[in-house]
Design a protein around this ligand. Sequence first.
Ligand SMILES: *Cc1c(COP(=O)(O)O)cnc(C)c1O
Length: 218
Amino acid sequence: MNISENIKAFKSELPESITLVAVSKTKPVSDIMEAYNEGHRIFGENKIQEMAAKWEEMPADVQWHMIGHVQRNKVKYMAEFVSLVHAVDSFKLLTEINKQAAKYYRTINCLLQIKIAEEDSKFGMSADAAKELLESSEYQNLKNIRVTGLMGMATFTDNMEQVRREFRYLKNLYDELKDPHSFTELSMGMSGDFKIALEEGSTMVRVGSAIFGERNYG
Ligand SMILES: *Cc1c(COP(=O)(O)O)cnc(C)c1O
């Protein structure tokens, strides 16, 4: 796997308006530095402690995105530095992120994860729950977080029509909420489905294996 070549290819092929999150979970800092040395700065991790360890080792201008499911008791380990939390799926979690962000006088940007997969979806909120959250006064009182958009994961399937349908559902919800809530980010698309996600209106793709190679969970 030639990480520099892969990063270069993505940077030249993706439209400028699209944000590339290079998903570096399980990969060593030496791999991430290869992408960094190509000028890439946005990296995604799915475990908070792994991300915090890499944050300490890597240059300070990296923007760290937490893309995985977040356990509330670990928010404190990333509050100082995380730049976007993709998978917020409850008001309780948002409250904890707000509380920890306040300790560092920060405002942390968050995305609400919406359950879009027709199959195998463990995490995410329903569209109704997301709307209810955004309209609540409790949400509006949280001063140290900002919900800047939505995130979703399509079903893991070869049925690309199903994947497209799920992304389209999320884009429709995003469009409905975008203006009233000043949304700027729609995080959808991974190595296997980012092309479809872009066709369906994604603004941010999370690409791991197509940049860094297959992950080894040994
Ligand atoms: C691992 C992961 C990705 C990247 O997956 P690839 O198929 O390797 O591109 C994207 N999003 C989330 C939430 C992930 O956990």
